[in-house]
Design a protein around this ligand. Sequence first.
Ligand code: ADP
Ligand code: MG
Length: 333
Amino acid sequence: MIEIQGLCKHFDDFHALEDIHMTMERGKVYGLIGQSGSGKSTLLRCINGLTTYEKGSLKVDGVEVSSLRGREAREFRRGIGMIFQQFSLLGRLNVRENIALPMKCWKWDKKAMERRVDELLEMVQLPDKGKALPRELSGGQKQRVAIARALAMNPKILLCDEATSALDPNIAETIMDLLSDINRSLGITIIVVTHQLSILKASCEQVYLLEKGRLAAQGDITSLFSQPPEALRRLMGKEQEVDASWEEGTVLRLLPTPEQAKKPILSRMARELGEDFSVLRADREQYRHGAVTYLLIQVPQKILPAVENWLREQNIAWAAEPRQQEKREEEAV
Ligand code: ADP
Ligand code: MG
């Protein structure tokens, strides 16, 4: 369990993290997102004790990380694995030697070390690559080696800092599948830092969004993305904005349950209300724990009350979309 309360991290007078509060339970997969420079890597470094913090508390399994010194600190860090975008393998060492590095550091006996390396190679599905050098591997294979090395000491927590950002999307997906398997079979808590929202959606249960060092949004992934708060909309950027002519009414986001989504909601609504609706977007997104469907429709102002009534009667959840274009125009003035 990771408990963060009022955490602040400053570099001189620059506030890299300000008043962060988070609770992460053991064995779950958490997403940490935010623009470049929002403090994600800094937060990971606070969690694994590689950097200190000025204010607040950060406890891992009840232990205040900043209070650890010397051997205690090293043992604590042994319990936290980390993987990076650039893999960080040693080029002159082969795959087995790279994976064995942490065990060597902790002076494991040679036989135990070889056994563990075999196990790990099996786990990351590279059983016959032991003798290869990093330069002979593809990006995805390199990241598998880095994962094996990160898991060598049986960590309780695995931190992934943009671990799939340098990979092709389909390779990135296989790496995330591997991490999901590892999470399920070993019960390791995983924190995924990424700017790839598809990766996030497929792998995480809970998400924290940082903006300029502050926690700007948080929640479970399906509710966050089905009704994105302002900060998440800003991160998703223009591609997520709907192209609606706002003078002509309100844009509603319908959020049917999976059962409701199987039925022809829109055509029924149009027939029963005797009105036509423009569909601006409809999508079904796959998440780790199921799919979410949403429909964006444009509703003429004069029939808005009738539509809302109908949705209420049918027990279909909805929300009005904020008027992004108007807001941008205001900002521009
Ligand atoms: P992210 O991982 O979200 O891109 P970082 O955590 O790396 O962001 O950085 C957050 C902010 O803190 C950035 O503005 C960065 O320039 C600054 N920063 C990070 N490390 C240092 C450091 N060692 N000294 C000074 N500023 C730093
Ligand atoms: Mg970073």
